[in-house]
Design a protein around this ligand. Structure first.
Ligand SMILES: NC(=O)c1ccc[n+]([C@@H]2O[C@H](COP(=O)([O-])OP(=O)(O)OC[C@H]3O[C@@H](n4cnc5c(N)ncnc54)[C@H](O)[C@@H]3O)[C@@H](O)[C@H]2O)c1
Length: 267
């Protein structure tokens, strides 16, 4: 199991307070890493970091703001001296505050520019900025693993019929910015893997499929029927893949996309 050990490694997770971010932090800590749980709300990050089993810390972070990322980098280097793993996990998954307006707003024809821009800023520019500011430290130390979290919707288009209710009505369309930004993350990963290969920094994508999280029953049923394994993921289903990509177990892997989707993209 030595291959999978992250003992004495320092790992930063962005979007650490989200459904999957918390599981990524727990997985890295269980494998021995000191984890920096970074998300918008600094106090909540600090509270959450206390629940991790290794020497960890919480930090406020806005992945769209270079100064905020530099502050985090400096704080982590001061405390731990090195950064070995970066999980670019923060993302916007559009929610529409007014459910009545959601059907109209989420339609491609009406999708607001502000929402498109916000997703580009967080899902794509955030990955670029964190990789540039934190990854450069890895390149200087000649080692590191960057894991960019994409989505099956960055590989295959969303099937909008999944959102049609049993009565034939549709109150939501999966918006275009999510697919476009996640597809771009997969390509950015390849770019950076090629660029930093000789610098010893590995860069890979982890592509999760949909996680069951109190969605409407009709949606869970339809999603599961479209998945070869017959079910949606649990939030803990990505822990093994994450540790694999973060550790020496994947030492000859870079520029790859590890798809963990219950078979969603297999047919
Ligand atoms: N949940 C799923 O079904 C699913 C499926 C495929 C891929 N993914 C991907 O996995 C990752 C995590 O998803 P999740 O379901 O945990 O999402 P989530 O919405 O639960 O969490 C996202 C987190 O990102 C944070 N965040 C947003 N903007 C930020 C910013 N500017 N700076 C720092 N943090 C910011 C939010 O505060 C939130 O805690 C995302 O990249 C998502 O696209 C999720």
């Amino acid at each position: 199991m030595e291959l999978f050990s992250l003992k004495n490694k320092t790992a930063i997770v962005t979007g650490a307070l989200g459904l999957l971010g918390k599981e990524h932090c727990k997985a890295l800590s269980e494998a021995g890493a000191n984890v920096i749980a970074a998300d918008i709300n600094e106090l909540e990050c600090a509270d959450f970091a206390k629940t991790l089993q290794t020497e960890s810390m919480g930090s406020g972070l806005d992945v769209t703001n270079p100064d905020s990322i530099k502050k985090l980098r400096d704080k982590v280097l001061q405390k731990f001296g090195h950064i070995d793993v970066l999980v670019n996990n923060a993302a916007i998954n559009d929610m529409f505050e007014n459910p009545k307006a959601a059907a109209e707003q989420s339609k491609f024809e009406n999708y607001p520019l502000e929402l498109w821009q916000k997703s580009v800023d967080v899902n794509l520019t955030g990955v670029f900025l964190c990789s540039q500011i934190i990854g450069t430290e890895m390149a200087k130390q000649k080692s590191g693993s960057i894991i960019n979290i994409a989505s099956t919707y960055g590989i295959t288009a969303p099937d909008q019929s999944l959102y049609i209710k049993k009565d034939g009505s549709q109150s939501f369309y999966k918006p275009p910015a999510y697919s476009a930004t996640k597809g771009a993350v997969i390509m950015f990963t390849k770019y950076l893997a090629a660029y930093w290969g000789k610098a010893g920094v590995r860069v890979n994508t982890l592509t999760p499929g949909g996680v069951e999280n109190s969605q409407d029953e009709f949606f869970i049923e339809k999603y599961s029927a479209k998945t070869p394994l017959g079910k949606m993921a649990k939030p803990t289903d990505y822990k093994g893949a994450l540790i694999f990509l973060a550790s020496n177990a994947s030492s000859y892997m870079t520029g790859a996309n590890l798809i963990v989707d219950g078979g969603w993209t297999a047919w």
